[in-house]
Design a protein around this ligand. Structure first.
Ligand code: NAI
Length: 699
């Protein structure tokens, strides 16, 4: 049973009991309606309390039922709420901890509500591209007031119960309990006190007015338009709440329903729901059970206090975990620490960090020049120069000093983690932790699973990632792992586009219009064009047959490495990040094009987007088939969290699924006909070809 029924004196108590957050799944909904029937049939019962067991009143819809027919099976949530409203005996919601989404809508259907302080109250549907669908947009404005309700519905953010209880005139909470501990007892007493009150109050009967409705909703629409331009749901929240002030309750409910159902089918909503599921899926590793015992990480060591080492250290300091940094020279340590300090001080100045937190974090940081000082760390992350010889030296030292069971991680972005592991006598403890720059900001962490990496090491690293608030995705060992292996193909297409007639600004503009945080050339300038150059030089040796545009090499030969040199594909003014087109670069591209005998053609934005995005998709299909990634949605997470792919498109794989893989393959075949492109690359990956032929999707 996922709802319990008990009678305490004259009060029946229905306790939702569907861990972890008492999601309103079918069995739970049935438990509520059954309980209501029993209570109404029992002459000894005078009133009813609905509450939640464990860590929540209710978190809303049961995510296990998402997309299944069970989610809509009767009694659906609307029917449950109707049954609550129609109960002849008063129903009191006793809410605590978490009261969100459908959970709040259920509480709003009850005759009375008593809340424990500290309850997180929210209607978060907008975060999934929806509006509340069980009366939230109609009842919350009546109970709480139009403006605070709209703020909650549009933002989806939780607000503490005690703050809501202070809103003048609010009728959301009839009573605040003194504490979470006393809630149950106070709810019983409250239920007894209202057992004879008639008629029973219903939120649906409360008035819903705004003194300056037209002006206010116009203002709200303008605000929302600016903030959520690529998402339709926030504006629809405004429409729905406005209707609560203008329509009769039941008409407003019908309007809410209509909006909800229409939003459900929008690509943006599908993308957000896909991401919601993808984020949860990414933390699970198919052959590593969730109950795998984890090693304890109470202290961390970082080798190398450069760009990455400093950012990595900050992640752990922010989570309250002590960090010891090792460098070869004191000056390097001093420089690294100064950068960390500068970063924190900037946050301090902006008011994003309090002085005591700053002191605490800096207090957790220590430095050393000697490996022997690291021996007690539970985890060590190496971020030294990207050279196998240097990594070999470091890992041999780590193998010598680290205590047994310590996790030895490398932040390498290109090197073979199996090889790195082989430098130690404990390859089972070695793993890749590929952070993205700036490491204290970027959400993505690729966890590189070596051939011999132990399961408990993986489980521990995934848990540590969560602790430092990263989205971790597991990747097998291959050149570039998931993200950079794909970006290489994307960059190659960018080069061909220049050769065929585009300017960098044209390509960037098309991709930014598509929704990328940055087009490929601005991204190259940010990351440093020298990195791609080094990789290409290696490729020219390893894969002499592979086709590349030489334009980027010409740019690097001029020393135009990007923002760090003040010049790349664009020019930069010191201290600013604005990309200013440079006529000489455009001339360089044109001259090179002419030297190849290419007559430039006008290339549409559509072709630019398709070539760049489908190059990601095709390489990703290879990655998936080779088992480097375990699911398509993991690849989407990598691109959403690490490469600025637009959230409302749900990642490259989700985007391809929505276009239809058959269509994607047809377009690739067309690209293969272009003599200036790479026909071999555009052969659809076998997995992609198969799925397209079978009319299936990646996800
Ligand atoms: P960096 O050059 O800024 O820093 C490297 C630091 O390691 C320097 O401070 C250097 O003094 C120190 N170091 C070198 N050899 C050492 C040794 N034997 N013992 C102790 N310290 C030593 O380099 P960055 O950019 O921080 O890169 C570090 C690693 O992170 C590389 O493996 C790189 O591929 C990887 N990475 C870099 C990213 C980036 O965007 N910069 C992104 C993801 C990974």
């Amino acid at each position: 049973m996922t709802a319990k029924y008990e009678v305490h004196g004259s009060v029946a108590v229905i306790t939702l009991d569907n861990p972890p957050v008492n999601g309103l799944g079918h069995a739970t909904r049935l438990g509520i309606t059954d309980g209501l029937q029993k209570a109404n049939a029992d002459a000894a019962v005078k009133s009813i309390v609905i509450t939640g067991a464990g860590k929540a009143f209710s978190g809303g819809a049961d995510i296990k039922e998402f997309g299944s027919p069970k989610a809509l099976a009767e009694p659906n949530l609307l029917s449950v709420i109707l049954a609550v409203e129609n109960s002849a005996k008063p129903v009191v919601a006793a809410v605590h901890s978490v009261c969100m989404g459908g959970g709040l809508e259920l509480a709003l259907g009850c005759h009375y509500r008593i809340a424990a302080p500290g309850t997180n109250v929210a209607l978060p549907e907008v975060k999934l591209g929806l509006i509340p669908g069980a009366g939230g947009t109609q009842r919350l404005p009546r109970a709480l007031g139009v403006e605070p309700a709209l703020n909650m519905i549009v933002s989806g953010e939780p607000v503490k119960s005690e703050l809501l209880a202070q809103i003048p005139g609010q009728k959301l909470f009839d009573k605040m309990a003194a504490s979470a501990e006393s809630l149950a007892e106070e709810a019983l007493a409250f239920a007894q006190s209202v057992s004879d009150t008639r008629p029973l109050p219903l939120v649906r009967n409360m008035p819903c007015k705004h003194p300056n409705g037209d002006a206010y909703f116009q203002f709200a629409r303008n605000m929302v338009k600016g903030m959520a331009k690529n998402f339709p749901a926030p504006a629809k929240c405004v429409d729905a709440v406005e209707s609560a002030t203008k329509k009769k309750f039941d008409d407003g409910m019908a309007f809410e329903r209509e909006i909800f159902i229409n939003l459900m089918w929008t690509p943006e909503c599908k993308a957000l729901r896909h991401i919601f599921a993808a984020e949860r899926a990414a933390s699970k590793i198919p052959d590593v059970p969730e109950d795998t015992p984890k090693r304890e990480i109470k202290s961390v060591a970082v080798i190398g206090a450069g760009t990455m080492g400093g950012g990595i250290a900050m992640n752990f300091l922010n989570a309250g975990i002590p960090v010891k940094m090792l460098e070869m020279k004191q000056e390097a340590l001093d420089k690294g620490i100064a950068t960390i300090r500068k970063n924190y001080e900037a946050q301090l100045k902006k008011g994003k960090l309090k002085q005591d937190k700053y002191d605490q974090r800096m207090g957790l940081l220590s430095t050393t020049l000697s490996y022997d000082d690291l021996k007690d760390a539970d985890m060590v992350i190496e971020a030294v120069f990207e050279e196998m010889g240097v990594k070999e030296k470091v890992f041999k030292e780590l193998d010598r000093v680290m205590k047994p069971g310590a996790i030895l991680a490398s932040n390498t972005s290109t090197l073979d983690v199996n090889k790195i592991a082989s430098f130690t006598k404990r390859p089972q403890d070695v793993v890749g932790m590929h952070f993205f720059s700036p490491a204290n900001v970027m959400k993505l962490l690729e966890v590189i699973r070596g051939e011999k990496t132990a399961k408990d090491v993986l489980a521990t690293v995934m848990a540590a990632a969560k602790k430092i608030k990263k989205t971790a995705v597991v990747s097998g060992v291959c050149d570039g792992f998931i993200g950079n292996r794909m970006i290489e193909q994307y960059g190659r297409q960018g080069g061909f586009l220049l050769d065929e007639g585009c300017t960098p600004a044209q390509v960037d503009k098309a991709m930014e219009k598509f929704g990328m945080a940055m087009g490929p050339f601005r991204m190259g300038d940010l990351a440093g064009n020298d990195i791609g150059w080094a990789i290409r030089k290696r490729r020219y040796q390893e894969k002499p047959g592979m086709k590349y545009s030489k334009t980027a090499d010409l740019l690097c030969e001029k020393g135009r490495f990007g923002q760090k040199t003040g010049a790349g594909w664009y020019d930069y003014v010191p201290g600013k990040r604005d990309a200013i087109p440079n006529a000489e670069v455009v001339k360089m591209i044109e001259d090179h094009r002419a030297s190849l005998g290419i007559t430039p053609r006008k290339i549409s934005d559509e072709e630019i987007v398709q070539r760049l995005v489908y190059s990601l998709v095709n390489e990703a299909a290879h990655i998936l088939e080779e088992g480097i990634a375990s699911r398509a949605s993991d690849i989407d997470m990598v691109y959403l969290m690490g490469y600025g792919f637009p959230i409302y498109r749900g990642g490259p794989m989700n985007y391809a699924d929505q276009i239809g893989l058959f269509n994607v393959v047809q377009t690739m075949k067309r690209f293969a006909q272009n003599p200036l492109d790479d026909a071999k690359f555009w052969q659809p990956a076998p997995l992609l070809a198969r799925l397209a032929a079978e009319g299936k999707t990646f996800n």
